[in-house]
Design a protein around this ligand. Structure first.
Ligand code: NAP
Length: 496
């Protein structure tokens, strides 16, 4: 299948934090891949900005090396790389001070008139720590670097709680319209996440069954194998609830649970997501399990032990959280949503499992066993969707039933062997350039998500809740199993 590339007009993109981990690993490789795909035209300007001093040649050389390192299996054509580097320049700049802003201004004003009467799209990507989001917005404004075609991309974390998210929204709103602010959650750029909407709203098959009458429960799992080494300070202040649950899992929950929007339009989709968050019940303390990874017996290594990694033997920050949520609306009343996420787990796996109810009456008798349909939506790795259906076990021996998967792997179904699906960052950055906010979080959505999260965190703190240890490489603390067992259910496995 040939992917369709819609070219855009030449644009300017300034990456603040261009020497940092995210820019080097994700943002710049994503731009290079879009360039190779023919989507980024000649005349586009990509400007890296950070405090470190680099000559243009040195920055381009470093970037070439980092692209080779970070593009994994993507073959790099030397000619393409040379052409791409021609689009890239670098400015040493302090987001908190005065240095470099005049140079940025000069670089951007030069050539602005090229595009004739149409304003040239200007994207400022804030790939820096959150304390710089406000200062950057203020400086862009005070140096006259904004106009109606300006868009800013703001990375997570968007606030630490409701109050700080509100403050940040207020600061950004002082300089930009909501339509210019792109709060990124890269989970929303994943192929399967968008397919989730296509599957739900493009087929007659699922939507009639998508409610508490037919769905027994839904499980959302985002499991990681990595620990927190390298991000200790940030993680110790946030934990899994703030780092993952409030944003990534919440967004997945919204897409699974929302009503069909009237059209696939940014505000229509985001209005429906917001309604889901607002319909979430507060979570009861006994419906929450927190954990901290610890070494399996005999295993040695600093990053197998959370407390050792963060250097705090009394830490009560969770590296794992599981909870049971309820949505109080007509569609979902009575259907629990079990959400879990953690670090140093058995496998890297992001999966949504929609577990349908048993057939109301089995005509095959007790011995045929219980067989319920189950839709598994794999976000990573191996993006795809599997529907388990019940069939007769082949051969003689009576009517024995078994479940078989109808499996659609996107890599196999949608691309030539070995081709890579576009990375979430590629899709999201090009959406910013095109001015499409559908897959970005609106300010009120983020605030509503914090509004649900804050009381949960406050309740845990008030109870003096201590996370349960779980073995690195396991599926998490045993208490998380009890959370479902109490309801006569069980977690699906965590498999790569
Ligand atoms: P990082 O590796 O620490 O990079 C920070 C960047 O900001 C560097 O380029 C640094 O360069 C620059 N910087 C720091 N202070 C500056 C200042 N005063 N003026 C201008 N530039 C300044 O951080 P990161 O991991 O790339 O993360 C960047 C943002 O993305 C953070 O908000 C993070 O939470 C978010 N994020 C990261 C990831 C990830 O996988 N890394 C994932 C999701 C979200 P100089 O020191 O040269 O100035």
């Amino acid at each position: 299948m040939v992917s369709r590339v819609i070219p855009v007009a030449p644009f300017d993109l300034v990456v603040f934090g261009a020497t940092g981990d995210l820019a080097q690993r994700k943002i710049l490789p994503a731009l290079f891949r879009r360039f190779c795909a023919g989507q980024i035209p000649h005349g586009t300007r990509i400007i890296g900005a950070a405090r470190s001093a680099f000559s243009l040649d040195d920055y381009r050389q470093n970037l070439a090396q980092s692209l080779k390192k970070n593009l994994g299996t993507t073959a790099i054509e030397d000619e393409k790389l040379v052409q791409f580097l021609q689009l890239v320049s670098y400015i040493s700049l302090d987001g908190n001070g005065a240095a470099g802003w005049r140079a940025l201004s000069a670089a951007l004003s030069d050539g602005q008139e090229q595009s004739g009467s149409e304003l040239r799209v200007q994207v400022y990507y804030f790939s820096v720590g959150p304390s710089l989001f406000g200062p950057l917005a203020e400086r862009l404004h005070s140096h006259g670097l904004t106009n109606a075609a300006t868009r800013i991309v703001v990375e997570k974390p968007f606030g630490h709680d409701l109050a700080s998210a509100r403050d940040l929204n207020r600061t950004l709103a002082g300089h930009f319209d909501e339509g210019q602010i792109y709060r990124i959650d890269h989970y929303l750029g994943k192929e399967t996440v968008q397919n989730l909407m296509a599957v739900r709203f493009g087929n007659m098959l699922f939507e009639p069954l998508w409610n508490s009458q037919y769905v027994d429960h839904i499980q959302i799992t985002v499991a990681e194998t990595v620990g927190v080494l390298g991000r200790e300070d940030y993680y110790e202040r946030s934990g899994a609830m703030r780092d993952m649950m409030q944003n990534h899992l919440m967004q997945l929950l919204c897409l699974i649970a929302m009503e069909p929007p009237a059209k696939f339009d940014p505000d229509a989709v985001r209005d429906e997501k917001l309604k889901v968050i607002r319909a979430l019940d507060p979570v009861e303390p006994y419906h929450i399990v927190r954990g901290q990874y610890a070494p399996a017996s005999g295993a040695v290594g600093r990053d197998l032990n959370y407390r050792e990694t963060v250097g705090n033997q009394r830490s009560s920050t969770e590296s794992y959280i599981a909870l049971k949520a309820h949505i109080s609306n007509w569609r979902w009343a009575g259907t629990p949503f079990y959400l879990r996420t953690g670090k140093r787990l058995k496998a890297r796996s992001s999966v949504i499992n929609v577990m349908f109810k048993d057939a109301p009456h089995s005509i095959f008798g007790e011995e045929a066993g219980r067989h319920a349909n189950h839709l598994k939506i794999r976000l990573q790795p191996n993006e795809g969707i599997t529907l388990s259906v019940t069939i007769k076990e082949p051969g003689p021996g009576g009517m024995r039933l078994m479940d078989v998967p109808l499996d659609m792997s996107f890599a196999e179904a949608l691309g030539p062997k070995g081709s890579e699906a576009a990375d979430a960052y590629e899709r999201l950055i090009m959406d910013v350039v095109r001015g499409n906010q559908t897959l970005f979080m609106r300010g009120d959505e983020v605030e509503a998500a914090w509004g649900w999260t804050d009381p949960i965190i406050a309740g845990l703190q008030a109870r003096g809740d201590v996370p349960k240890p779980y073995e690195s490489g396991s599926v998490g603390p045993g208490d998380a199993d009890l959370l479902l067992r109490r309801d006569q259910r069980e977690w699906r496995g965590i498999n790569p």
